[in-house]
Design a binder for this molecule. Structure first.
Ligand code: PEP
Ligand code: MG
Length: 540
């Protein structure tokens, strides 16, 4: 039994089998072998397994994101059969008498280097694919499971760290819990874990070489600890606690369909935050009144090229239609900082959180922005959509956005494409936006306060830096005064104001937000009923 503590980002408890998620740059040992034929036959088996995995991924992607995005898995299947590639691996095994893992990894690196030196853009881009299929073969040879495999059992995912694009590609139904050695409590992975309603522990100091796929683990988000290979006694105790938690959840279910109204009759809207179309299920399940933040950038992650206007239109339309008359606030892309996407070619920055991100990219590369706006305005015909813009710092930026919006609507008008200009709001997540919120309130329809970034920028604490978690203190008076100031400025102009950062779900502050007159709280779907409970028990 091995017990290790970490930081809990979602307070659930679960027991289940472990799946160790190997990083792509896994260290591969070179070992001498005696039977080259046996080693080559291992490569063959790993290849067959990879073909089946890729077919599973293709089928899943086809259903979820469409044919053009799924095609990459077909390309990978073809590359796996490439004669030059396979011959190079076999040759190396025979001439150097080395293990299959090593031969595949070195051949993968050699081919990737070859491709990346080519003139042609398409061929250069194939370098990453060669690395990808080689990593897949190595994973199969090492007996490590593929996190995307269609036949994966529901598991506790243990990893060094997870990027947002890795998390977004996982089959959420199959994740019982997340345990990572690194990661900070305010990262997007943590946010996703809360959204998916799964226990998650980060900053867990474990040696991944000692943890194996197939072990049993108890992930206890309430105590902030994970226990590998628990004793029978711990298993029994955990199972009893899991049942207790399920009972509490059942009690919360009785709040479905009830008003978000305090004992003295004050009302507030409780909406949910989502990152993908499939999350709408969680919104419905938890009876949220609407969607207060659809992080649209997740449509751009985990793929090789920009989503087209049509792909985006279909995604936004589906959310709008499913939510019917309920309000859906879609935020335009917030790429940059921790959400890096290769094809944006953003380049390395010393200070990405204060760098080229979000609305800054949109204003500097209006073609990307206009594609998204066209998709949004077309989708607005199908439901009750609002659009909001992230990382605003000034009135001038909003005016530039308004000019681009006017160009987009004029183009749609001219081409007689059906559209609707949705309600236009902005995120208040920089201290600059707070300080000029009186002027901003005059030119937008609503505010949504992003307390995650507002805390980062106000307290000068990088939200991604796990060492600073103790200094990341969103209850700081400075933050609470800013929220009050923004709410007052919005209301003076007759505009509504919500909170969509994680602080909106902080039950210790719900009463304070009610007193400030906040109109809407947008929280992880799993928090909707918990916030409703506090509101309904409040005297405010
Ligand atoms: C925020 O900053 O509070 C927010 C909601 O946006 P994100 O967490 O996606 O940066
Ligand atoms: Mg933000």
């Amino acid at each position: 039994m091995l017990k290790v503590s970490g930081k809990a980002v979602y307070k659930g408890i679960v027991i289940g089998p472990v799946l160790v998620f190997g990083k792509e740059d896994q260290k591969i040992k070179r070992t001498k072998i005696t039977d080259a034929d046996a080693e080559i036959s291992r490569v063959g088996k790993a290849g067959e397994q990879a073909q089946a995995q890729l077919q599973g991924l293709y089928d899943k992607a086809l259903k979820e994101v469409g044919e053009s995005s799924a095609a990459i898995f077909e390309v990978h299947q073809m590359m796996l059969e490439d004669e030059d590639y396979l011959e190079a691996i076999h040759n190396m095994i025979r001439t150097e008498m080395v293990n299959a893992e090593y031969a595949v990894a070195v051949t993968g690196d050699n081919f990737a280097e070859l491709f990346s030196g080519m003139e042609d853009d398409y061929m250069r881009a194939r370098a990453a694919d060669i690395k990808d299929i080689s990593n897949r073969l190595v994973r199969n040879l090492m007996g490590k499971e593929d996190i995307n495999s269609a036949d994966m059992k529901p598991s506790v995912i243990v990893a060094d760290d997870l990027s947002p694009s890795e998390t977004v590609q996982m089959d959420k139904e199959k994740i019982l819990a997340l345990v990572t050695v690194h990661g900070s409590a305010n990262s997007h992975t943590a946010i996703l874990a809360r959204m998916m309603n799964i226990p998650a522990l980060i900053g867990v100091p474990i040696d991944l070489n000692e943890i194996h796929t197939g072990m049993t683990a108890v992930v206890d988000g309430l105590k902030g600890e994970v226990i590998f290979e628990p004793s029978e006694e711990v298993c029994a105790e955990t199972e009893a606690r899991v049942r207790g938690e399920q009972e509490k959840l059942k009690l919360l279910q009785s709040l479905k369909g009830k008003e978000n109204e305090t004992l003295s009759g004050k009302k507030i809207k409780i909406y949910a935050n989502i990152g993908s179309v499939s999350d709408v299920g969680y919104v419905m399940e938890n009876d949220a009144g609407g969607i207060g933040l659809f992080r649209s950038e997740f449509l751009y992650l985990g793929r090789d090229d920009f989503p087209t206007e049509e792909e985006q239109f279909q995604a936004y339309k589906q959310v709008a239609q499913t939510m019917g008359s309920k309000n859906v606030v879609i935020r335009t892309l917030d790429i940059g900082a921790d959400k890096q996407v290769d094809y944006f070619n953003l380049g390395k920055e010393d200070n990405p959180a204060m760098g080229y991100r979000a609305i800054r990219i949109c204003l500097k590369q209006p073609d990307i922005f206009k594609t998204q706006l066209r998709a949004l305005f077309r989708a607005a015909v199908y439901g009750n959509l609002s659009v909001m813009y992230p990382m605003i710092t000034s009135v001038e930026e909003v005016k530039q956005i308004q000019d681009i919006v006017a160009e987009v609507t004029a183009e749609l008008e001219e081409k007689e494409i059906p559209y609707k200009k949705p309600e236009q709001g902005i995120m208040i997540e920089t201290p600059a936006a707070v300080m000029v919120s009186d002027e901003l309130a005059e030119i937008v329809d609503f505010f949504s306060i992003g307390t995650n970034d507002l805390t980062q920028y106000t307290l000068a604490v990088d939200r991604q830096n796990a060492r600073l978690d103790d200094f990341y203190y969103p209850h700081h008076k400075a933050i609470l005064r800013m929220i009050k100031m923004v709410a007052d400025n919005a209301h003076k102009c007759g505009k509504w104001v919500g909170i969509c950062g994680e602080l909106g779900a902080d039950l210790e502050l719900t009463e304070e937000f009610l007193r400030m007159g906040i109109d809407e709280l947008s929280v992880a779907p799993s928090m909707v009923l918990k916030v409703r409970k506090v509101v309904r028990e409040s005297e405010v």
